[in-house]
Design a protein around this ligand. Structure first.
Ligand SMILES: Cc1cc2nc3c(=O)[nH]c(=O)nc-3n(C[C@H](O)[C@H](O)[C@H](O)COP(=O)(O)OP(=O)(O)OC[C@H]3O[C@@H](n4cnc5c(N)ncnc54)[C@H](O)[C@@H]3O)c2cc1C
Length: 407
């Protein structure tokens, strides 16, 4: 073993999940000397991600979409079905992307090939050095950040991009606390083969314990996210396969015919959390290091891509003006830019989730009337569709198809 090395760069990205990989590629593509600090490991994540229209445009702008498109399934129609069995039920609502002039709302991709594709691309990106290790300690100084790595090397950078997930060590090092609250819910996830074609329609059943959502995959396959009480989700995890297939068909009201499990099963406990600041002391947070909430309406990673697009754009702006990309002023700008989008999505998803769980009649009425109006009133429906996939607030350049160049 040689002696420990020192790497001097402009940006150090910590974490090799989807957010970290995309952040590292986007920063390097914009021309910043970048290191990615992430351990390479077998990808065990069996979830899928619905990447919405603006996210697809961003990935295309940084040259990533073409290789992802090979395993992506278009989502053309989103159907919401009230399966609460309550007295006051919302009408079934269907939203068609063609109504707002889009071929698809977005594309569903499996996280495993997504992360593998992003990893291969990160390896081949100029200006990007991937160091296969964990960040062990952070010293966040006035003029630079220093990270000591688990392999003994040191990285000095102007900016640390914290993409190190919900327990984020970089967030902790920057002294940023979380606001968090838990739900008595967990998400059971697995993929199923089905008898009947999905017609590129995703279907979300609203049940009294949370949404039960089937999202199209290639062929006659769909990914399932079933939000349930934790003990019921654990029960689905342990259930004999034939019984599980029958149970999922029952819950899907045989809409797609007989179901057959075609992936390992996983359970994710649900909570919401938001960092009290999105940037501080040369650390800017993206992805689940900054925020997390229940999987309703495919928002999580899409919100993370808006973090990344905004941060990369601000870095270019600061660099072009000859300013320090990690200075306090740059941190304040990023924090202010992300606050409205992150909080409005987090509280929106929280409200939807609670309205679903609530036995409280006024909450059911608001939900029912909301869906009724969305179904009947064309302009409102089209507004909701546009807002759902791309908020009016926060449309950074990369999401408008404008490439970033720092020089
Ligand atoms: C059931 C479910 C379904 C979902 N479906 C959707 C969907 O359809 N659409 C959508 O947009 N979002 C969805 N989400 C949300 C989405 O999956 C997450 O937002 C996303 O996976 C988070 O990615 P990330 O890169 O921020 O975090 P992670 O994937 O957690 O990555 C963090 C990485 O940092 C690494 N790390 C930690 N500490 C260190 C360290 N010291 N040094 C180096 N590396 C470190 C970890 O090992 C990990 O690899 C869903 C979530 C759930 C639970």
């Amino acid at each position: 073993m040689g002696s420990p090395a020192r790497h001097d760069v402009e940006i150090a990205v910590v974490g090799g999940g989807p957010a970290g990989l995309i952040a590292a590629i986007a920063c390097a593509e914009a021309g910043f000397s970048t290191v990615l600090l992430a351990e390479r490991h077998e990808i065990t994540d069996r979830r899928t991600t619905a990447l919405l229209d603006a996210s697809v445009r961003m990935l295309d702008t940084v040259g990533l979409w073409q290789s992802i498109a090979e395993f992506a399934t278009p989502l053309k129609v989103m159907r919401l079905i009230d399966d609460t069995g309550r007295l006051l039920r919302a009408p079934e609502a269907a939203f068609d992307a063609a109504e707002i002039g889009l071929e698809a709302f977005g594309y569903n991709v499996e996280n495993k090939p997504l992360v593998e594709t992003l990893s291969a691309r990160a390896e081949a990106t100029p200006h990007l050095v991937w160091i296969d290790t964990l960040a062990a300690a952070f010293e966040l100084g006035e003029t630079q950040a220093e990270i000591v790595l688990a392999n003994g090397d040191t990285v000095a950078s102007k900016l640390v991009v914290g993409a190190d997930g919900r327990n984020s060590p970089s967030r902790e090092a920057a002294g940023i606390a979380l606001r968090q609250w838990r739900y008595d819910q967990a998400a059971f996830v697995a993929n199923f083969h089905h008898e009947v074609g999905h017609n590129n329609t995703s279907t979300e059943f609203h049940t009294p314990t949370g949404p039960f959502t089937l999202v199209p995959l290639p062929g006659n396959r769909s990914s399932l996210v079933c939000v349930e009480r934790p003990e019921v989700a654990e029960g689905l995890l342990a259930m004999d396969e034939a019984a599980l297939n029958a149970e999922i068909e029952r819950r899907a009201h045989s809409l797609l015919g007989a179901m057959e499990l075609c992936s390992p099963r996983q359970v994710y406990p649900l909570s919401s959390f938001v960092a009290r600041a999105f940037a501080q002391s040369r650390v800017a947070l993206v992805g689940e290091a900054a925020h997390g909430f229940p999987p309703i309406g495919a928002q999580g990673l899409n919100l993370s891509l808006r973090d990344i697009a905004t941060l990369a754009e601000l870095c270019v702006d600061h660099r072009m003006r000859g300013e320090d990309i990690g200075a306090a002023q740059a941190m304040t700008r990023y924090d202010a830019a992300r606050r409205p989008d992150v909080w409005s999505r987090t509280l929106g998803v929280d409200a939807l989730n609670r309205a679903l769980l609530s036995d409280f009649l006024p909450a059911q009425t608001v939900r029912g009337v909301g869906l009724y109006l969305a179904n009947r009133v064309g302009p409102l429906r089209r507004f909701l569709m546009r807002e759902g996939i791309t908020p009016r607030l926060g449309q950074p350049k990369l999401m408008r198809g404008i490439a970033l160049r720092a020089s």
